[in-house]
Design a protein around this ligand. Structure first.
Ligand code: MG
Length: 377
């Protein structure tokens, strides 16, 4: 089965306040919709991400360009917007997950439950049983009590086999408020899977506060360390943290021997639990001979991103007597920041001598140690 996730972001979200639609407002360090996009993009079962936009938003910078998504133009109703998304899926897709862009806290476990239910059902959607007592109220007074037996609060993603859902939309009168209603109107049964209390839909300004609080609770924070050494040999420069520094000797190595960049790269692989540079770029492979080390660093950064992690900060220490690092520190930070797609104030490059002790003290080589922090919201 091939699954596409359709993020419906074509609404105007007037109840949330603010100058721009709620899905483009910032929560933490990115837009509300970006979180949902990242969750589905990083899910191993999802092979295509479709983002349905309001026509007025298409030519703006409101929507995230990453993770990569197929863009569809929404219509006048939610049903029309979803249909535009369904028409944008790749030919090999046979299952779709339709998700509100305003639900940024969707988790893998919930997505897994919906997908598992689709093995035996044409449609499946998460919901939570209503546990509060429900009242009818008139003019601020309780008029009666509604039986809550069998009542559920619906959530997304709502999952369907593609062909029956397309047929249901074709037969729809366009007035249904979600895809479960569209499917049911066409006679398709929709299984209920357990929803998640944290999978809230941002509707009012207070929901932003609640979502931010929930995000802080389940943030996945990882730390990694890296250590590297290269020996000196003949030459006239060294390359440290991407900066070319004239010197009386050069560092020897299979690549450009950028010991600082290697330590940072290994720290990222370490935080991910995904081996080290030698494993991803074997020295026995001639294509990496003399390679610029930013290739390794960019690979590690992309791997972190593909697993849903952002890099929070980097701290790299170079251990050598010479060359002097101080004059080049700012340039190193700027170069590393550019390759990693970070602000340079999230990167530290510092240096120490080893008081003329050991191999670094005898100027036989340069060592580097690095720490990185990765955060998955
Ligand atoms: Mg190395």
């Amino acid at each position: 089965m091939t699954t596409a996730a359709i993020i419906v972001a074509a609404g105007r979200g007037v109840r949330a306040g603010g100058d721009i639609p709620k899905q483009w407002q910032t929560l933490g360090d990115r837009s509300v919709a970006a979180y949902a996009m990242e969750r589905f993009s990083a899910h191993p079962a999802v092979s295509q991400l479709v983002l349905v936009l309001h026509p007025d938003d298409i030519d703006t910078h409101l929507w995230p360009r990453e993770p990569a998504a197929t863009i569809a133009t929404g219509g006048a109703t939610r049903a029309a917007s979803v249909l535009a998304g369904l028409h944008a899926v790749n030919e090999d897709v046979d299952r779709v997950l339709i998700h509100d862009a305003a639900r940024p806290l969707v988790k893998d476990a919930l997505i897994d439950r919906v997908l598992a239910a689709l093995d035996d059902n044409i449609g499946a959607a998460p919901a939570l049983a209503v546990t509060d007592t429900l009242w009818h109220g008139v003019k601020g007074a309780v008029e009666g009590v509604q039986d809550r037996e069998g009542l559920f609060r619906a959530q997304t993603p709502q999952g369907f086999l593609l062909a029956p859902l397309l047929a249901a939309h074709a037969a729809s009168n366009g007035r249904e408020t979600d895809d479960v209603a569209v499917a049911r109107a066409a006679g398709v049964d929709v299984a209920i899977v357990a929803g998640d209390e944290d999978n809230i839909k941002i509707t009012t300004p207070a929901d932003f506060v609640r979502a931010a609080k929930l995000m802080r609770q389940d943030m996945d924070i990882r730390c990694g360390n890296g250590y590297d050494v290269h020996r000196f040999g003949p030459g006239d420069h060294v390359c440290l943290c991407g900066v070319h520094i004239p010197h009386t000797r050069s560092l020897q190595g299979h690549s450009d021997a950028d010991v600082g960049m290697h330590a940072v790269t290994d720290a990222i692989y370490g935080a991910l639990g995904k081996g080290d540079i030698g494993q991803h770029f074997p020295p026995s492979d001639p294509q990496w001979k003399g390679a610029a080390s930013h290739i390794f660093l960019e690979h590690a950064v992309a791997l972190a991103k593909s697993e849903g992690y952002g890099i929070s900060n980097v701290d790299c220490t170079l251990v050598c007597e010479f060359p002097k690092i101080g004059p080049h520190q700012d340039a190193m930070k700027a170069v590393m920041a550019a390759y990693m797609g970070l602000d340079s104030d999230r990167i530290s490059v510092k240096a120490t001598t080893s008081e003329k002790l050991g191999f670094t003290g005898r100027e036989e080589g340069i060592a580097s140690i690095a720490t990185v922090t990765l955060v998955k919201p």
